[in-house]
Design a binder for this molecule. Structure first.
Ligand SMILES: Cc1cc2nc3c(=O)[nH]c(=O)nc-3n(C[C@H](O)[C@H](O)[C@H](O)COP(=O)(O)OP(=O)(O)OC[C@H]3O[C@@H](n4cnc5c(N)ncnc54)[C@H](O)[C@@H]3O)c2cc1C
Length: 445
């Protein structure tokens, strides 16, 4: 196993992480049945599903920093059934039946997150759907292509009734998406697990070794080890880190919300090439994020990417262009984090019963729901419990490698730049950008 690269690290300064919890340090024992490396959703849900299947298991979670330090404590809070590969591409890859099975499983995971959150109201779980809107003809054309059993087309006036966006031409509404406060979900999972007897060690760097883990410098025996470190885990060429950045406004008053709409708290985004995503938080702010930060050469995590000023500025301007009423709003938080992207944009869940090593990740920015599902699959694999989810197409698949540098650097950053250029072209011409043809094969979705 390659070494794990982690930035020097300041605190996760996301909006969500403003509420901290006491540091978790317990007495480290010599051995556990299962050692989990990483205290984000993947690690926590793995422990959750394992203890649900077998409450007698002795489990330890090792988190190098603090729970939710990674993407799980920094994300946009969309618990959606979105998958990093387009549905149509997936159908060609694995067929309709297996594609349908995947989306049903994702929907099931949203409901599972909802059921868990119903005991933890602070998570602010609201399954009120997601709305993608179009502000030029090219975006509209692409949106119409998304309409299916799950996605309903809305005219411009129907969008405006729900969300008063300027220049909107139409939209697509999908009811199967929930809004959450992700950090509160991390905290709620941790407290649930502690009650179930799971030991959680923060500030503990762990490395998988034969027969267990090295936790800081102590050997801890564990016949099963799970690596749940996503973008932080041994990049090599199996996945690359891509940065997503976010900002949050101050809490908005009632009259501003009457002007904007969205009393239901559905998630929303413009259907541009450059990924963007927004939610109305439980305390009435808007938290909005987007891509656009460049990929770091050699896949090395770089903290400076989390605060790329230009990207934060672009996101603020995008929000103000949607809602002119926010012209002089104060933005109280700005942050960012890395997601892990595999070459075919598919997640991975791997378990090797011979050496007792498992890992999960590669969610490419759609990990809030997917981490629950991946962890459920992994728990069933480890305990060898029958479940049809074990047949999902990405389980125990070899990960296709990214190109070596500098091809990878040039390819990925061209994609980042071209997405921005294609959006600008579509805003001006109203026609689908010809760059589309270059972008699509590059990302292989
Ligand atoms: C800004 C942003 C917005 C996003 N928005 C959304 C969204 O709206 N919806 C969605 O579905 N997905 C979103 N995502 C993606 C989603 O947050 C992630 O896919 C998901 O949180 C990954 O969870 P994880 O537990 O696998 O990884 P992480 O949350 O990154 O957890 C990994 C943990 O491992 C720890 N660690 C690393 N190395 C070690 C070690 N050696 N020893 C011990 N601990 C270690 C890290 O400190 C970290 O806490 C977003 C991501 C970002 C960055």
């Amino acid at each position: 196993m390659d070494h794990i690269v982690m930035p020097a690290s300041k605190a996760n300064n996301s909006l969500w992480a403003s509420s901290t919890s006491p540091s978790l340090k317990q007495n480290l024992q010599d051995s556990y049945d299962i050692a989990i490396i990483g205290g984000g959703f993947s690690g926590l849900w793995s422990a959750f599903h394992l203890t649900s299947l077998d409450p007698s298991l002795k489990i330890a979670i090792f988190e190098a920093k603090s729970l939710g330090f990674g993407a799980s404590g920094r994300n946009g809070g969309w618990a959606s059934s979105e998958y990093p590969v387009y549905k149509e591409t997936l159908k060609k890859r694995i067929g309709s039946a297996r594609t349908d099975q995947l989306f049903e499983a994702l929907n099931g995971s949203i409901d599972e997150i909802g059921a868990f959150s119903s005991h933890h109201h602070e998570v602010g779980f609201a399954k009120s759907g997601s709305l993608y809107f179009a502000r030029n003809k090219a975006q509209l054309k692409r949106l119409k292509g998304k309409v299916d059993g799950a996605n309903t087309f809305l005219s411009a006036s129907e969008v405006k009734e729900r969300l008063n966006v300027t220049g909107v031409l139409g939209g697509v509404f999908n009811p199967i998406c929930a809004t959450i406060n992700p950090f509160k979900l991390v905290q709620a999972l941790a407290s649930h697990l502690q009650k179930k007897g799971v030991s959680i060690f923060e500030g503990t760097w762990a490395t998988p070794v034969s027969g267990g883990v090295l936790a800081n410098s102590s050997f801890v025996k564990a016949p099963a080890v799970i690596q749940a470190t996503e973008a932080f885990g041994a990049p090599g060429r199996e996945f690359i880190p891509l940065y997503s950045l976010m900002v949050a406004t101050e809490p908005l008053n009632d009259s501003t919300w009457r002007e904007i709409g969205n009393s239901e708290r559905f998630t929303f985004a413009e259907n541009s090439h450059m990924v963007n995503y927004a939610q109305r938080t439980i305390d009435n702010r808007i938290a909005i994020g987007g891509r656009g930060a460049t990929y770091p050469f050699g896949s090395r995590l770089r903290e400076s990417k989390e605060s790329t000023v230009k990207v934060h500025e672009t996101i603020r301007s995008l929000l103000k262009s949607w809602f002119p009423v926010l012209q002089s709003v104060n933005f109280t938080h700005s942050w960012g984090g890395a997601v892990a992207v595999t070459r075919n944009w598919e997640p991975y869940v791997q378990w090797n019963p011979h050496d007792g090593f498992g890992r999960l990740g590669g969610y490419a920015g759609d990990g809030v729901t997917m981490s629950n599902l991946a962890a459920k699959v992994l728990a069933h694999e480890i305990l060898d419990v029958k479940n049809e989810l074990r047949n999902l197409h990405f389980v125990n698949q070899k990960i296709k490698k990214w190109e070596p540098e500098p091809i990878r650097y040039l390819g990925v950053n061209s994609l980042v730049k071209l997405s921005g250029i294609a959006d600008a072209e579509e805003r001006i011409t109203g026609r689908a950008s010809l760059l589309n043809r270059v972008i699509e094969p590059l990302i292989l979705r």
